[in-house]
Design a protein around this ligand. Structure first.
Ligand SMILES: C[S@@+](CC[C@H](N)C(=O)[O-])C[C@H]1O[C@@H](n2cnc3c(N)ncnc32)[C@H](O)[C@@H]1O
Length: 524
């Protein structure tokens, strides 16, 4: 599932273009891309704004009830998840924030060729949706909020699905430290992260004095100096600073995109019209030797030394070709615990998210394979969840107690290092030192006697982090829309939570699948 931001109408132009002159960050073609064509036609349309268009916009303004994202706000996890699933309502924002409203034409249209308007939009969204204040120097990049937010949403899911408590959900008490490399003048990622998760803290770096000054100011005005440590770096430094202060849960970076000033200029020249005036990126933000691929390769090289001192190394990239190169490098280095996703805005602009880890805790499929069909299957990381049971016909909610019993009986009969069942969540978590469900293992266990096996597991302290295989198994109840109203039936899903060996996950799922089929046939 992609992190979709289905923006249409008045907003997406900003969201597509605001970031660094909008030079072709998409799947492959660093040339005049669809967006510049779209943009050209859109701007032409806008330039020819007619009274009809104005009338339509006025109508839109009236039709759009300020109900979509009404006050009072409870800034819950769901609130943040759904924030940009609908278009921001410019009319409502304009009446609430006069400094934004003053920039709207006919109360609804923003002139995206005006850098001040673009900056004001970012400030307004940050204030309205996250309660954040921000200062932005006129000569530095102005981040599009929905795009940056989608990276943070993905990180939250990545961390939640791979926590050391194996809960596969948000753990409000969990202390998290993130490192944002190249935080920029806005300090956007640390601000968004801290606004959403009270126990997250950040280290933020940059090499640009102006950005560092502004980032510090933004930490100060949001009262976040205690949670965001900003560090000056120079180009020749390692990307990841000394980690002696403690472990890092994730590293993130939105690297400079272009390989050289010439590339930046050439791409600007190729565009169908002069560079967008709302481009506020300075060369230090947009260009680095080798572009985004080289930057992330540097990070990857550092990760090969630091390994599990960071749980997740992540990066946002602009091109599919960059992702393909980097996945190849990951595989060549034997890293098979990785995740790849797309961040989509509107119908065209696509960015990519890449994450890798030297720990063996596996992210959920939504996180790990969020790029859907945008990448060839052989590029993707292993599948980490499978539905192993659905009743043969709908309306079998009454099967839940039987499924629960069969699962628990089966699991307790196996020689796991640990197995716990949560009755409320109908979810169990187990760990094994290897394939303890194979016939060979069970025969050996019978031969040697259960006592010996119990002694074997009791002899060493329970350190599930080093177990070869960890899994969760859960029963969910699905409402059948096609069947009679209210009818529902259960499904059983196995998730691969830990380990390097995909074949263990596959064979375990297969064994439990067969057991459920055989035993439930008798119950139905
Ligand atoms: C594309 S901008 C991203 C800014 C911000 N994170 C955002 O997403 O809007 C890249 C940033 O990386 C910084 N940068 C470039 N090389 C760097 C390095 N070696 N170490 C740290 N930051 C660097 C630039 O100064 C710039 O602020």
């Amino acid at each position: 599932m992609s992190t979709m931001l289905p923006m249409q109408g008045i907003e997406p132009r900003c969201l597509r273009e605001q970031d660094g002159c909008d030079l072709s960050r998409d799947d492959g073609n660093v040339a005049v891309d669809d967006r510049s064509i779209q943009r050209g036609s859109r701007s032409t349309r806008r330039a020819r704004s007619t009274s009809h268009e104005d009338a339509v916009s006025q109508k839109q303004c009236k039709r759009r009830r300020p109900g979509q994202r009404d006050e009072p706000r409870v800034r819950s996890e769901n609130y943040f998840r759904n924030l940009y699933s609908t278009e921001p309502d410019f009319c409502r924002l304009g009446s609430k924030y006069p400094e934004f409203g003053n920039l709207l034409r006919n109360g609804a249209h923003l002139d995206f060729t005006d850098p001040a308007a673009v900056v004001q939009l970012t400030k307004t969204l940050l204030k309205e949706d996250f309660g954040l204040e921000i200062n932005l120097p006129a000569n530095r990049l102005c981040p599009p909020v929905p795009n940056r937010h989608s990276y943070i949403l993905w990180l939250k899911d990545l961390l939640d699905s791979t926590s050391s408590a194996y809960s596969q959900q948000y753990e409000p008490e969990r202390q998290v430290t993130g490192l944002d490399i190249g935080t920029g003048a806005s300090l956007i990622y640390p601000l968004l992260g801290c606004a959403q998760r009270p126990t997250w803290n950040f280290i933020a770096t940059d090499i640009d004095a102006e950005s560092l000054r502004s980032a510090r100011e933004n930490a100060r005005i949001n009262n976040l100096e205690a949670r965001i440590r900003i560090i000056d770096r120079v180009t020749s430094d390692t990307l990841i600073p000394d980690l002696s202060t403690g472990p890092i849960d994730f590293v993130m970076v939105n690297p400079p995109f272009y390989a050289s000033d010439t590339e930046l200029r050439e791409l600007a020249a190729k565009k169908s019209r002069p560079p967008h005036s709302a481009c506020t990126g300075a060369p230090v933000e947009m260009v680095c030797d080798g572009g985004e691929v080289r930057f992330v390769e540097r990070l990857l090289n550092e990760s090969l030394t630091l390994r599990d001192r960071v749980q997740w190394y992540t990066a946002m990239l602009g091109k599919r070709s960059s992702i393909e190169v980097l996945i190849d490098v990951l595989k060549k280095n034997g890293i098979n615990n990785f995740a790849v996703t797309t961040f989509i805005q509107g119908s065209k602009t696509r960015r990519w998210g890449l994450a890798w880890s030297f720990l063996t805790r596996r992210p959920s499929p939504v996180v790990a394979r969020g790029c859907g069909s945008f990448l060839a299957k052989d590029m993707l990381p292993p599948v980490t969840a499978t539905t192993i049971y659905k009743p043969p016909s709908p309306d079998h909610a009454d099967l839940v107690p039987s499924l629960e019993r069969i699962l628990c009986d089966t699991m307790t009969s196996l020689n796991f290092r640990s197995w716990t069942w949560n009755e409320q969540r109908l979810r169990g978590v187990g760990f094994a030192d290897g394939n303890v469900w194979s016939r060979a293992h069970r025969r050996r266990r019978t031969r040697e006697g259960t006592d010996a096996a119990q002694q074997e597991s009791a002899g060493s302290p329970l350190d599930v982090a080093n177990c070869a295989f960890g899994f969760s198994i859960s029963i969910s109840t699905q409402i059948n829309n096609t069947a009679e109203s209210g009818s529902s039936s259960p499904a059983v899903t196995v998730c691969w939570l830990q380990g390097d060996d995909e074949s263990l996950f596959e064979s375990f799922s297969g064994v439990i699948r067969r057991r459920l089929r055989e035993d439930t046939t008798r119950s139905i």
